[in-house]
Ligand binder design. Sequence first.
Ligand code: MLT
Ligand code: ZN
Length: 475
Amino acid sequence: MTSLPPALLAALEKALGPGGLLTDASDMAPFLTDWRSLFHGKACAVARPASTEACAEAVRLCAEHNVPVVPQGGNTSMVGGATPDETGHALVIVTSRMNKVREIDPIDNTMVIEAGVTLKAAQDAATNAGLMLPLSISSEGSAEIGGVLATNAGGNNTVRYGNARELVLGLEAVLPDGQVLNLMRRLRKDNTGYALRQLFVGSEGTLGLITTAILQLQPKPKSVEAALCAVADAKGALALFSAFRNTEPSAIQAFEFMSGLSMNLVNTLIPDASLPLSEPAPAYVLVELASPREGGALRDLMEEVLGKAFEDGLVSDAVLAESETQRLAFWKLREEHAEAQKRAGASVKNDVSVPLSAIPTFIDRATAACEKLIPGIRVAPFGHIGDGNIHFNLVQPEGADGKAFLARDHEMMDTVANIVRELGGSFSAEHGVGQLKTYMMPSWRGGAELDMMRRIKGAVDPEGIMNPGKIFPAS
Ligand code: MLT
Ligand code: ZN
């Protein structure tokens, strides 16, 4: 049962309306554990506001009673970013009931959307309006727009259209004192002081709770070509990326790398996934080209670049999607990587980025270091190689004890991070810091950078009630 004082409980119930406040342990349970089951928290209640006004009133009441607030969207964080701590003091505010696509404007090419719409539903709404929302991540069926923005999600199309940050024109957020900050301007150009909306993008809910946004859409592609290619290694994958980029950079919509080991996990652990190549390869690339123009030009481009890559020995085999069904089957092989690794046992995710030129060295050095650290470890790198973002994921040795493996997570993360640092990279390219990686902040972002982040946090949220324990290490 809830630990909320009766007066606050009654005020929250009134503000949130019927079904808006969960206090029963079994109703709250799904919101208190993360997708990876790494974090298990407690809460005084779970709020499900259906409007900005209800959300703002709930936050205002929390501020008045000094109750921490944990914003939560689709609960797909990889770093415990939306899970409350174990004290049970926090109110989890779930955005799922704020779930309307309010407007799509075909001249502005914009979408006005509430925080609780899933990314998939947002993509579908744009498609139905003859446009495209160019943001795609493996968890898009559950991830919600508010969380996608709060974590500056990247994903498969960043190589062409940028991160979530590049797609946000306007934003509305509830501040830690309950005020509503309205930045809902759909302007491409607006030089009137600080770009406050960008403060919220990537802030992981530590500065406020995003309730509504205006997103930039793109023309819907009329031709798309996808190919699954067998390559020798990351060096070969990068050479293939350069070949496409040097021929027609604007055509590349996605360029994804998958190691042989991680693809093999998908192929064996995911029902209906099947590799369309005649034999397994050391590594794979899924390349997708897209154009708003109809016609066969992209097919010609794909065949030209792959034909030459074949002659040069960069690609040993390739299959071009002959139908939309086959294109989606290729994407299934890529998007099920996280799920396949989950089924393979405990895993440690290193969501890193390095300059493109350093990727092969990074993978070679980090693989050797991890194999030395834990013999039998399954090194399963994959990801957005065109952005320099590799998910250098480490799966427990077969038959090993998952708990004992996870107990060494910092050792593994630090082994990888030290190499990333030497190569001029970042320890988190898209999953964020959450609570899993706060310990890395002082050594990576210490000094003036972390100091400035703390000062911004202190100015916007002086009582520290918004998503405590995330991004910032305890001081
Ligand atoms: C992905 O791109 O599929 C992910 O960000 C998932 C992961 O790191 O496991
Ligand atoms: Zn990713």
